[in-house]
Design a protein around this ligand. Structure first.
Ligand SMILES: [Mg+2]
Length: 305
């Protein structure tokens, strides 16, 4: 069921004040909300500062899986946004939290086979999770006759693998897919950092993390549990870390199908859409709109009046 049309807050200080008062924690999508590409929107820093000065907790939520929280914080700093690593929740970290605090697979069958880059490895380490694959050069090569043999008889496989985690991997190849498939066929759980089909960059698109999972979905007929927006596994992971009251939380984003859906399905107290990114007012005003935010502003800095 779709809710009523959102309340428009721009230029209404009393409504903005009341809106901010309702919440203890704001979850922020980043690109299209705080910045676009490398361009920081004017007033972003002051708006975040205003929320902090009113005692609000801020969490930056991103589906980017190639970066660890520390990497992502560097990006925030380079754009001039003050932040701490603890305020950042990226899908690589979300995956690590989900594995360690929610899946809680019994040792020793709790090791992870990784398709992905360094950001994923850093976050798995931060949660004390053992893994193989990832950036290991041993997997960055062509498959050989010995590989086919050892994969078929299992002698090349690690019997403690309980999870295959697929994220954006710039060195994906046939050998890695062959290993991942064998683990899944032997019962490993299938996780994906996120299922974004594309990665916007340089004014065009490149294959996204979700595109890495597709051959495995095709082979196994299984869907992965996704740890990025709008998957509720990510919301569970965020809650697993911050322990907040969902009724006192608000999701802020520019995309209806990921950010706003994420907040609504997570039963947060509120959702705020901004018009500086992907979605347009017409998208939720349309007769058949399947997702509607509770509030919207033209741009984030409208909240500072
Ligand atoms: Mg966005």
């Amino acid at each position: 069921m779709v809710g009523q049309l959102p309340k428009y807050l721009t230029g209404d200080p009393a409504a903005i004040n009341e809106f901010i008062d309702q919440f203890d924690i704001f979850l922020f999508d980043c690109d299209g909300v705080l910045w676009s590409g490398d361009h920081l929107f004017p007033g972003t820093v002051e708006t975040l500062e205003l929320l902090r000065s009113r005692g609000k907790k801020i969490v930056f939520v991103t589906n980017n899986s190639t970066k660890s929280r520390a990497d992502y914080q560097k990006k925030l700093t380079s754009l001039g946004i003050p932040s701490t690593v603890d305020e950042i929740f990226a899908s690589a970290y979300s995956s690590a939290i989900y594995i360690s605090r929610i899946l809680r697979l019994p040792a020793p069958k709790n090791k992870v086979f990784v398709l992905g880059e360094n950001g994923i490895e850093t976050e798995l380490k931060s949660e004390g999770i053992e893994f193989i694959g990832g950036t290991d050069p041993a997997y960055r090569r062509d498959i050989t006759p010995e590989d086919y043999k050892g994969l078929a008889d299992g002698s090349l496989l690690d019997e403690n693998i309980g999870v295959v985690l697929a994220g954006l991997d710039f060195h994906i190849n046939y050998l890695k897919y062959s290993h991942a498939y064998q683990y899944l066929a032997r019962g490993a759980k299938f996780l994906a950092t996120n299922i974004d089909s594309t990665l916007p960059s340089n004014h065009t698109f490149f294959p996204g993390a979700g595109s890495i999972s597709i051959p495995l979905i095709h082979m196994t007929k299984q869907q992965p549990i996704a740890l990025g927006k709008p998957s509720q596994a990510m919301m569970d992971a965020i809650e697993g870390k911050f322990q907040f009251d969902r009724k006192k939380a608000c999701m802020v984003g520019d995309r209806l199908d990921t950010d706003i859906r994420f907040g609504i399905e997570g039963k947060l107290g509120g959702t705020l859409a901004v018009l500086t990114g992907v979605s347009r007012k017409e998208d939720w005003e349309a007769e058949g709109a399947s997702v509607r935010p509770a509030y919207y502003v033209e741009k984030l800095s409208d909240l500072k009046g």
